[in-house]
Design a protein around this ligand. Structure first.
Ligand code: NAD
Length: 460
């Protein structure tokens, strides 16, 4: 296994060294091929996402296939522009000179991805890496086996299988891959494994992008108009339960509300859950399943703490055989319990009540920097304070999760939620080195450029 792994990596590296991946024509053909794969295999992709995660095909299209098609089209449209050199000004000391930034591929890239958006999180970085002219080894997550095998078995039929490899496996294969030398590692996963990746990468001074997780808060202000309340809560419920059943890095982890508004908010949440998933969500096709038994038991375990269980105001039912967990709401679980100290990554939604909504700023700042902060408010002062007084990968006002679909803004974390960014042109930049190229004329130099600097000149 290890020998084969080494051979595959060597092939990919050779392909890069031979210059195969650099021509724009190669990049264009690979992106076109990826587009064809998404088109031809759409139904199989939906099936695989349903098998691995119970995702409805509309959700699968919205969150993965549709976004990927958009990204691949964007890269194709902008390939020439992104790859063009840009001129730069030089200081006067470099008289009669010319400078430019020349985009250069990094080389051989390792992409290790996660299971919750197994297609999106594998192919989105791949699009950026190809557009930038790199060779790539992709290791999808073993926890979404149908998607991983679909990628491993079909991508080589579409893409240049010398330069782009899909290697299946779990942590052991991941560790073996990390022993190799890479020009960049792009990792999506937990902060725990992210730390390991970074320390292995440091041995070769390999740059890393770490797309990690954490607890993303939503601050729900006491909105006075019933329309605003309903829209806000619909968006909160949709973002929490309607995107892989809360198993998303940018899912809402918990909601902060003022005490006086909490019962109104909870009643509205219950009503909206019923509208979206019916009286018995277990029968709804729109509720994704927990990825596997390990994660099911992890979530179940959170609720076995009696002090936490007592806080359930809605839901709480589950079925281990079908890995179903009901959309669940809790009010004020103990702040030191696992539900409030660990990333939930599932359909449990704690509501934390505060005396004043502004206290939410200190609440957020006393915890690790999140990937996203969502704030539902019409209060301009609160809006400004959130932007200037908190730190997170992104801030979204009056919605959640939509930032992931935008290719004009960077996607990535800060601090514990990660480092580096991608999506759209940011993906291209993540896999590109902007080489500074300077050219001067032989004609002239300022007199003070070179010694000897004698006193006579000093006096002048
Ligand atoms: P994980 O860290 O367990 O695994 C991620 C990947 O790393 C998988 O491919 C896995 O096989 C591999 N891996 C695991 N152990 C390894 C090791 N010792 N050496 C090398 N590779 C190893 O995370 P997960 O369970 O797949 O995903 C859940 C986490 O990912 C959550 O924290 C979530 O917030 C985060 N996440 C972040 C984003 C983002 O874009 N920021 C997206 C999805 C998930």
């Amino acid at each position: 296994m290890e020998k084969d792994l080494g051979k595959q990596i060597m092939e990919a590296r050779e392909s890069y060294r031979n210059g195969n991946t650099k021509p724009i024509s190669w990049r264009r053909s690979q992106l076109q091929a990826l587009k064809s794969f998404l088109l031809h295999y759409e139904v199989q992709i939906f099936r695989a996402l349903n098998l691995d995660l119970g995702k409805h095909y509309v959700e699968a299209f919205r969150d993965e296939v549709g976004l990927l098609k958009k990204s691949v089209n964007l890269a194709l449209e902008n390939l020439n522009r992104w790859n063009a050199s840009t001129k730069a000004k030089l200081p006067i000391i470099a008289l009669l000179s010319y400078a430019e930034l020349v985009p250069e591929p990094l080389g051989l890239i390792l992409v290790i991805s996660s299971w919750n958006f197994p297609l999106g999180l594998s192919l989105e970085p791949l699009i950026g890496a190809i557009a930038a002219g790199n060779a790539v080894v992709l290791k999808p997550s073993e926890m979404a086996p149908a998607c991983s095998s679909l990628l491993a078995n079909t991508l080589p039929k579409y893409l240049d299988n010398q330069a782009i490899k899909v290697i299946e496996g779990g942590p052991t294969v991941g560790q073996q891959l990390l022993q190799q030398k890479w020009d960049k590692i792009f990792f999506t996963g937990s902060p725990k494994v992210g730390r390991m990746i970074m320390s292995e990468a440091a041995k070769n001074l390999t740059p890393v992008t770490l797309e990690l997780g954490g607890k993303c808060p939503a601050v729900l202000d006491s909105l006075s108009w019933s329309w605003d309340k309903e829209v806000a809560i619909k968006r909160i419920i949709g973002a929490k339960y309607g995107s892989c059943a809360g198993q998303a890095c940018i899912s809402i982890d918990y909601v902060l509300v003022e005490k006086s508004f909490s019962s109104t908010a909870v009643e509205l949440m219950k009503a909206i859950i019923r509208t979206m998933y019916g009286d018995n969500p277990r029968e709804s096709h729109s509720v994704a399943r927990i990825v596997n038994k390990h994660h099911f038991l992890r979530l179940k375990n959170i609720l076995t703490d009696q002090k936490v269980k007592d806080c359930i105001v809605y839901g709480g039912s589950m079925d281990e055989d079908s890995l179903y967990m009901e959309p669940t709401i809790l009010v004020d679980p103990p702040l030191e319990s696992a539900i409030m100290t660990e990333e939930i990554f599932g359909p449990l939604l704690p509501i934390i009540t505060l005396d004043k909504i502004e206290d939410g700023i200190d609440f957020i700042n006393s915890r690790p920097k999140p990937l996203a902060i969502y704030v539902f408010t019409k209060n301009e002062v609160l809006r400004k304070r959130i932007v200037s007084e908190t730190s997170s990968g992104s801030v979204v006002f009056n919605d959640a999760i939509i930032q992931f679909a935008a290719d004009t803004i960077p996607f990535g974390g800060i601090g514990e939620s990660g480092m580096g960014k991608y999506h759209g042109k940011f993906s291209f930049d993540t896999f590109t080195h902007y080489k500074a190229v300077v050219r001067r004329s032989f004609l002239t130099d300022f007199w003070y450029r070179f010694p000897p600097w004698n006193n006579h000149k000093m006096e002048l």
